[in-house]
Write a protein that binds this ligand. Structure first.
Ligand code: ADP
Length: 487
């Protein structure tokens, strides 16, 4: 009893000392208001709250324009993992309140739209980002340089250079973590040249040349007649000073846009050290791993935490990439339930096809509410070619995107709370159909693909977890692995 009493006293003294000590005060963000009302001046608390407020009021320093949605989430993923707070917006928000974050990523759907539209949307995004106070614009392109002969990468870079009054700009497409490397201006996907990889059969942006300096030059058709050049891997391997010297030399030769080689993360790191204060960089998401470090941020797991996941699990795949074909096969062979869209049928009996898929899903979940269901149009190149011959590339893309987005919307309204979408264009269509405007970026499933969290007016839970996978990304077991990451 005596002993307990002594301990009690010691405890009381420690609590009193703690309450009055500045350390305690500064560690008490909540409840301090009450202490202050009780008469404590709360000097330290004030300085903490001022610090928090100052932190929260900081203007974003990096403004990113991504030409598709999965690219935007991939980019955000790398920024978050490197310690930046990121807000991802779907298009430029209509309301222009100041956003208090470190980086803003605007997800456009501008990769394959007509050049003039892509330019106009990108310039609009750039203006808005600058009005938010950002210091640097990061034009995010695909690490396989997905584009058509007309663009839209080249024309958008030129328009951004004009708007930012920038006479030289670098392009860093590589993402070594995902095996996208650039050597002597040629893009490699794993061990294959881009033009020998599955990208040569892409339904919308078939890539049949791996020489990026040449591809980009052909896309530059503005009156300025800008020239493209190369910062080769030897220069990048040596030092930042050599990269700067090379840039000066290229400028003197009349080059305005340079592709930078990079075959390793060390190369990316070096390029980030040179480019971090440029008004404009164009890059895949690889550079986003190193840029935050140059801006004073440090890697942190905390920035990737999301609220717990709820609801039914659904995978929607409209990607026909080699990787997604393998993932669909793996999912089915591992016992996963899948249902395919028939594009020919879709053209004639769209509503019946959609109804059929909805009924199939409902009966799947009535048997096992926890199982993940896969709804897809994923097909091998020969089947895609046949569809293209029958309906044309654009029309078949539209048919499939519309159907998959209608299905996603209907199933989210029926209780889906965890949604994986495969395919950049497909993801863009689905997210827009779900009326999602902003997303918080969470943990990574595979390089380049994080889970995201968004409020959704359609969902009965008011929110939804989504993972948006660019066609080429992810290991064979991606679809089953995805849900394990959420727990
Ligand atoms: P990725 O990320 O692999 O490029 P996308 O979704 O961006 O995937 O592009 C795939 C395009 O192919 C979309 O426009 C989609 O609607 C279309 N598509 C999907 N399945 C088929 C199919 N079976 N036949 C023809 N086109 C298809």
């Amino acid at each position: 009893m005596q002993l307990f009493g002594t301990r009690c006293w010691i405890g009381c003294i420690m609590i009193l000392w703690g309450i009055t000590s500045p350390t305690f005060m500064s560690g008490l963000p909540h409840g301090c208001e009450r202490l202050r009302r009780l008469g404590y001046p709360g000097k330290a608390r004030e300085s903490l709250s001022q610090k928090i407020a100052k932190e929260a009021m900081k203007k974003p320093i990096l403004g990113c324009i991504a030409d598709d949605l999965t690219g935007a989430t991939d980019l955000s993923n790398n920024l978050v993992r490197a310690g930046m707070r990121v807000i991802l917006t779907i298009d430029v928000p209509l309301k222009s309140d100041p956003l208090h974050t470190d980086a803003i990523v605007v997800a456009l759907k501008s990769r394959t739209i007509p050049v003039a539209k892509a330019v106009a949307q990108s310039l609009h995004a750039c203006r808005w980002l600058r009005s938010q106070g950002v210091r640097q614009i990061y034009f995010k392109i695909c690490s396989t340089f997905d584009s058509t002969p007309e663009g839209n990468i080249g024309p958008v870079i030129e328009a951004l250079m004009d708007q930012l009054d920038c006479d030289f700009s670098c392009v860093v497409p590589a993402f070594p973590d995902n095996d996208r490397t650039v050597y002597k201006g040629h893009l490699f996907v794993g061990d294959l040249l881009l033009s020998d990889s599955g990208m040569r059969n892409h339904p919308l942006t078939p890539m049949t040349d791996a020489n990026l300096v040449r591809i980009l030059q052909l896309q530059l058709i503005s009156e300025r007649r800008r020239k493209t050049g190369l910062i080769d891997y030897r220069t990048v391997s040596h030092s930042g000073d050599e990269v700067k010297e090379r840039i000066a030399k290229l400028r003197a030769e009349g080059v305005s846009i340079a592709i930078a080689d990079s075959v390793s993360n060390a190369h990316i790191e070096r390029l980030a050290s040179v480019l971090h204060s440029d008004p404009l960089v164009t890059a895949g998401s690889g550079l986003a791993k190193s840029l935050p470090g140059q801006l004073g941020f440090h890697a942190s797991e905390e920035s990737a935490q999301l609220p717990p996941a709820k609801g039914r699990r659904l995978i929607v795949s409209g990607s026909c990439s080699v990787a997604t074909n393998a993932q669909v096969q793996h999912f089915i062979q591992s016992g996963g339930a899948a249902c395919s869209l028939n594009v020919g049928e879709l053209a004639v009996h769209r509503d019946a096809q959609i109804e059929h898929l909805l009924a199939w899903s409902e009966s799947g979940w009535s048997r096992d509410p926890k199982q993940a269901l896969l709804v897809c149009s994923t097909a091998e190149p020969a089947a895609v070619r046949a569809v293209h011959e029958q309906f044309g590339v654009e029309r078949s893309g539209e048919l499939v995107e519309l159907a998959l987005s209608v299905i996603s919307r209907a199933l989210v309204m029926r209780g889906v709370g965890q949604l994986v979408v495969a395919g950049g264009e497909t993801a863009g269509a689905c997210i827009r159909a779900l009326d999602i405007e902003q997303m918080q970026i969470g943990p990574q499933i595979d390089p380049g693909v994080p889970w995201c969290f968004a409020s959704s007016p359609l969902s009965s839970q008011g929110s939804i977890h989504v993972a948006l996978k660019s066609g080429n990304f992810g290991g064979d077991d991606f679809f089953s692995k995805a849900f394990l990451v959420l727990g």
